[in-house]
Design a protein around this ligand. Structure first.
Ligand SMILES: [Zn+2]
Ligand SMILES: [Zn+2]
Length: 139
């Protein structure tokens, strides 16, 4: 069981089992939402992810049509996002994890939106948007 929480610890979540994938996202919305130069997300099946405390503190912002970014309204931590087109998965912000999920990033997404001051020093694949995936696959 993986656990995570926002900065003020009011919002807590649990993940049952292995996350599906970890990746870095350089898109402008992730950068603005996090205040960071890029974010690292894990993809988790919706039915393996539970908000176990502080649901009343979660606020959602619809950053794209039918895609919501959930954050703690008390401390502002971005926690996860969920979109209609990928409704079977949530993208959890790795900065809120309390322990090592075991898996490591597989790629960089949206590198065309990468911050000018960021240089990618690893050998992971870089995608201009998100990788082309089969309909069953997560983002
Ligand atoms: Zn909080
Ligand atoms: Zn993004």
């Amino acid at each position: 069981m993986l656990r995570g929480s926002c900065m003020c610890k009011k919002v807590k979540y649990e993940i049952d089992g292995e996350p599906h994938m970890m990746y870095h996202c350089h898109c402008g919305k992730c950068r603005a939402a996090s205040g960071a130069s890029f974010v690292t997300n894990i993809i988790v099946a919706t039915n393996k992810f539970w908000v176990v405390a502080g649901r009343e503190h979660l606020s959602a912002y619809e950053s794209s049509p039918n895609k919501h970014r959930y954050f703690c309204s008390n401390c502002g931590s971005p926690v996860y996002s969920h979109g209609q087109t990928t409704q079977h998965y949530v993208a959890v912000r790795c900065g809120t994890l309390e322990s090592d999920p075991g898996i490591r990033p597989t790629h960089h997404s949206y590198v065309t939106s990468k911050a000018a001051w960021v240089s990618i020093e690893d050998a992971l694949p870089q995608y201009t948007e998100r990788p082309t995936l089969t309909p069953q696959s997560p983002p």
